[in-house]
Design a protein around this ligand. Structure first.
Ligand code: SF4
Length: 430
C-alpha cells in the first residue's frame, strides 16, 4: 500500500518539534517494521510543506492518507482532508493525535474513514491497515462504515513501540528551525508514555498516552539513542516523558546501563518535583543528564491557598533547586500563565521566585483542553481551535497579554522588566 502521513501546521507560534519525533516518528517506525511491504512517507506542513505541492502529491495517487493532528491543527486537518477526499475519492483517510483524542466529534465524520480515539495510535493504525486486507476492525478506532467505535483501544507493550523513523522526518528543516529559534538540535524519544495523575484536569497527556506509566527496556532505548545521536549529529536528546522519575527503579537501571554501555550523548528530561530524590539526581548527573525541568505551574503570592491547583510547595521547590545545584545540574521551572484565579502579581511572583532560586523560568499558557470534552460538533465549530496551543493560549480577562507574551518570549531585559512590573503592582492601591 502507498501510505502518506501528513502533519498539518495548526498554530504557527512556536514550532515545538518534540511531538514530530515521538507521536509521528515513533508511529512511522512501528508501521515500517510491521508492514515492510508498504511504501510510507511523511510530509510536515509545519516545517516545510506548501499546501499546493502537498495536494498535488495526493492527487498523484495514494491508498491511505493518515493525518496527525493536535487540537490546534484540527480545523486545518479537516480542511486538508476534505480537499484530499475531493482529489482521491477512493483513498482511505484516517486521523490520530491529541486532536481526535480530545475532541472526537470534530473528527468522527466525513471525510474521515477511520479515527484513532483510544489506545496507542500505532496499534489502531496497524489494525486498520490489516482490516483493509480482511482482518477484524481494531479496538479504539471509530470507523465510518460502522458509524461507531469498538471501545478499549490496545495499549502496546513498550518493547513493541517503534523508535523515531529518522529517515522519514525532514531533519534538515528541523535543524534549520532549531537554528532560527536559537536552541540545540534536539532528538526526542519517549522513554515512557502515560501519566497516572488525575488532578491536573487541563492536561491532555494522559488522555492520549494513557493513565498507566509504561516504560521501554533501558538497554533498547539507550542502544538506539546512542547510534541515532551520532549518526545524525543531534546536540542532545529530550527524554520525552511526562515524569521521567515516576519509576525510580527504572531510572536507576537506565543510569547504570548508560554508564555500563559507554553511551556518550547528553540528555534532558522533565519531572514532577515529588518524584525527585537525592539518590536519583546524583545518578542522573553521572549518566549524561544535563538539565532537569520541573513542573511548577503556579506559586501564589498569598500564604493562603488560592483557587489554582498547586503542584509544588515553595519548600519543596527550594529543596529541588538546592539538589540540582549540589549536583551541578541546571533546572528549568515550568510555569503556567492564566490558571483560574491567578493574578498578574501571582504570575510575576512565581517567575521572580524561581529565578531567585537559580531555576530557569519557562512560561507557557494554561490551555483548558478539558473544557472541550463533551462539546458537540456544532459547539466545537464555533470555537477558534487554533488558539488551543499550550504555548500561546492567551487568557482573556485577569492577565494582560503584554505580561504573558513578554514572559513567554523572553526578550533581552525581561527579568528587570518583570521586577519593575512586580514592584509597580505591589505599590498600586488595591
Ligand atoms: S500535568 Fe504532568 S502530572 Fe499532570 S497529568 Fe499532565 S503529565 Fe501528568
Amino acid at each position: 500500500m502507498n501510505i502518506l502521513l501528513v502533519a498539518p501546521s495548526g498554530s504557527r507560534f512556536n514550532h515545538t518539534l518534540h511531538y514530530r519525533y515521538t507521536d509521528v516518528g515513533e508511529v512511522l517506525g512501528f508501521l515500517s517494521r510491521k508492514r515492510p511491504q508498504d511504501s510510507l512517507a511523511f510530509i510536515d506542513c509545519l516545517a516545510c510543506e506548501i499546501e499546493w505541492s502537498l495536494l498535488r502529491r495526493i492527487s498523484e495517487g495514494i491508498d491511505v492518507l493518515v493525518f496527525y493532528s493536535d487540537v490546534s491543527a484540527s480545523s486545518d486537518t479537516v480542511r486538508l482532508a476534505s480537499m484530499a477526499r475531493a482529489l482521491q475519492p477512493q483513498a482511505r483517510i484516517l486521523a490520530y493525535g491529541k486532536g481526535p483524542a480530545c475532541i472526537p466529534p470534530f473528527f468522527t465524520r466525513w471525510p474521515f474513514d477511520a479515527v484513532c480515539l483510544t489506545g496507542d495510535p500505532e496499534a489502531a493504525l496497524l489494525g486498520y491497515l490489516n482490516h483493509l486486507e480482511g482482518g477484524p476492525v481494531p479496538r479504539g478506532l471509530w470507523c465510518a462504515h460502522r458509524r461507531d467505535t469498538i471501545e478499549g483501544g490496545e495499549w502496546l507493550s513498550p518493547c513493541e513501540w517503534g523508535f523515531p523513523s529518522l529517515d522519514c522526518l525532514p531533519l534538515e528543516d528541523y535543524r534549520r528551525i532549531a537554528r532560527i529559534k536559537g536552541i540545540p538540535f534536539e532528538l526526542s524519544v519517549y522513554p515512557s508514555r502515560g501519566c497516572s495523575h488525575r488532578e491536573c484536569g487541563y492536561c491532555d497527556a494522559p488522555r492520549y498516552e494513557g493513565h498507566r506509566d509504561r516504560r521501554r527496556p533501558p538497554d533498547q532505548l539507550l542502544a538506539w539513542t546512542d547510534v541515532a545521536v551520532h549518526t545524525h549529529g543531534f546536540d542532545c536528546v529530550q527524554m520525552h516523558a511526562t515524569d521521567f522519575c515516576a519509576a525510580p527503579d527504572w531510572v536507576e537501571r537506565f543510569c547504570q546501563e548508560y554508564r555500563a554501555s559507554g553511551c556518550r550523548f547528553d540528555w534532558t528530561c522533565c519531572v514532577r518535583a515529588d518524584s525527585l530524590t537525592p539518590a536519583l539526581v546524583r545518578q542522573m548527573a553521572h549518566a549524561g543528564c544535563r538539565r532537569i525541568g520541573v513542573g511548577v505551574e503556579h506559586l501564589s503570592i498569598d500564604a493562603v491557598p488560592t483557587a489554582c491547583e498547586v503542584k509544588v510547595s515553595l519548600t519543596q521547590l527550594e529543596q529541588v533547586a538546592a539538589l540540582l545545584r549540589e549536583n551541578g545540574l541546571p533546572g528549568k521551572a515550568y510555569l503556567m500563565a492564566g490558571m483560574p484565579g491567578q493574578t498578574e502579581l501571582d504570575l510575576l511572583h512565581a517567575y521572580l521566585t524561581v529565578l531567585r532560586m537559580g531555576l530557569i523560568p519557562r512560561v507557557s499558557t494554561y490551555t483548558p483542553f478539558h473544557h472541550l470534552l463533551g462539546l458537540s460538533l456544532g459547539e466545537l465549530e464555533q470555537l477558534d481551535l487554533v488558539r488551543y496551543d499550550r504555548k500561546c493560549f492567551l487568557p482573556a480577562g485577569e492577565l494582560p497579554d503584554a505580561t504573558v507574551l513578554n514572559l513567554i518570549l523572553r526578550p533581552p531585559g525581561v527579568e528587570a522588566w518583570a521586577q519593575m512590573r512586580f514592584a509597580e503592582l505591589l505599590n498600586e492601591p488595591s
